[in-house]
Write a protein that binds this ligand. Structure first.
Ligand code: SAH
Ligand code: F3S
Length: 432
């Protein structure tokens, strides 16, 4: 059997794209996955281009692939960097056999047939394509609900690499969820760059759910499905109907990502985020009031062009007020084809670095308190991994990592756990 080495960078959508590639390859001929580069007949790197670092690393990394690969092994570059660099990748690294952009995933077997194939059209529509089945985690399934993004946040390259937003018909989504559940999944994560904008555009006339709240209602009717998560939503589209559904639908896990980006309304305007600091705080307060045990995560960018000390203080203020349970924080990285890269008032690296450290330090204290407050509580955990030291790991409904001692009998089951100890990112407890 042929062997496939696949490295996946970036977001959950890339992880799902990699699963789709594996499934499509297997439709044609069976591959086994290998962690060993030297053994592989096919080497794929599924790239991310959201920040600059991974792009510059790409060429040194594929250079290593070239050196280590066995004779005749093919190398493919896929994902967002493939989309925006396209043919340039083959010009700079002619030993690359094919380049396959995001939203061209269904062409994976086609690009294998032709040396130096480049398929990177960002207007290619895969919204009605039914991919083969391949899932890394038997208990938790990822299901795409839309492709692309129409938002054009001025810092973000994703609309350039993943193109216009198209929603996948709910009939296909429901079929996929049913298939995953039939194969043992208890939990589904609905994926899109902007999930709660679902229904913005379909290709053709579509029956069924027309917006995200309706889609959540439809998905939650799937029998045997116990948990629903979704990522990423946009704060602007968190209307009251959506929040009601989030709070009151018992299948929806009480974990939500509310990407802030900046706490300064002025900076939010320059980012074209479409909401103000006040709107963001109002949404988070409403979520915390409706769902007292909710876990809120966020994304924050520091050092966006024009960000002053006063603007950054607004971000720190939101951090204090919302007390996020999880924070993903980044220094602004100028990206090609984005408006903010051309803004004249870029922030010095040293200042951005200082702000990032301040933000992360304060968040860590908040996170510690939030995790400690879990001790003594009972949480519901879906167990998914047996560790070598006799512990079993899973995620609580609110998305926290929980360990208990136990055996493989727990795998795939949801159990109540009393939390006895907390570390910064892990909880420990006993099944009750
Ligand atoms: N809606 C997407 C966002 C993709 S980018 C999603 O589903 O996750 C993920 C995060 O990377 C963004 O929320 C933002 O905080 C960060 N990011 C995007 N572009 C960036 C840039 N140019 N510099 C630094 N961080 C960036
Ligand atoms: Fe990027 Fe903004 Fe869309 S962050 S993915 S342009 S919602």
């Amino acid at each position: 059997m042929k062997k496939l080495y696949i490295e996946t960078l970036g977001c959950a959508m890339n992880v799902r794209d990699s699963e789709h590639m594996i499934a499509e390859l297997n439709k044609k001929e069976p591959y086994t996955l290998t962690q060993n580069l030297e053994d592989a007949d096919l080497i794929i790197i599924n790239t991310c281009s959201v920040r600059e670092k991974p792009v510059s690393k790409l060429f040194s990394e594929i250079g290593v692939f070239k050196k280590k690969r066995k004779a005749g092994a093919k190398i493919g570059v896929t994902g967002c960097t493939a989309s925006h660099l396209g043919e340039e990748i083959i010009k700079r690294a002619p030993y690359v056999d094919f380049v396959l952009g995001a939203r061209n995933v269904s062409k994976i077997t086609k690009v294998l047939e032709k040396k130096h194939a480049v398929e990177v059209a960002t207007d290619y529509d895969e919204s009605n394509y039914v991919f083969g089945e391949f899932r890394t985690n038997p208990y938790k399934a990822m299901v795409n609900i839309s492709i692309g993004c129409d938002k054009q946040c001025t810092f973000c390259i994703v609309p350039v690499t993943r193109g216009e937003e198209i929603s996948i018909p709910s009939s296909l989504i429901i079929q996929e969820v049913q298939r995953a559940v039939a194969n043992g999944a208890k939990e589904v994560t609905l994926l899109g760059q902007n999930v709660n904008n679902y229904g913005r555009r379909f290709s053709g006339n579509i029956e069924g759910a027309q917006n995200f709240t309706e889609l959540l209602q439809e998905v939650s009717k799937v029998e045997g499905l116990e948990r629903i998560r979704f990522t990423s939503p946009h704060p602007l589209h968190m209307d009251d109907a959506f929040l009601e559904e989030f709070a009151n639908n018992p299948k929806i896990c009480k974990q939500i990502h509310v990407p802030l980006q900046s706490g300064s309304t002025e900076i939010l305007k320059r980012m074209k985020r479409g909401y103000t600091k006040e709107w963001f705080l109002d949404r988070c307060n409403k979520i915390r009031t409706m769902v007292p045990n909710v876990a809120i995560s966020t994304d924050i960018i520091v050092g966006f062009p024009g960000e002053s000390d006063a603007d950054f203080a607004e971000t720190m203020d939101v951090l204090e007020q919302v007390r996020f349970d999880t924070l993903f924080s980044f220094k602004y990285s100028p990206r090609p084809h984005t408006a903010a890269a051309e803004y004249p008032d870029q922030v010095a690296e040293a200042i951005a670095q200082k702000r990032l450290a301040m933000l992360q330090e304060r968040h860590k204290e908040i996170q510690k308190e939030s995790m400690l407050s879990q001790v003594g509580k009972k949480v519901e955990v879906l167990f998914e991994e047996l560790k070598s030291d006799g512990r079993v790991a899973g995620r609580s409904n609110e998305g926290r990592l929980v360990y208990v001692s136990g055996s493989e009998e727990l795998l795939g089951k949801i159990k109540k756990v009393e939390v006895t100890e907390a570390k910064l990112t892990q909880l420990f407890g006993v099944v009750v």
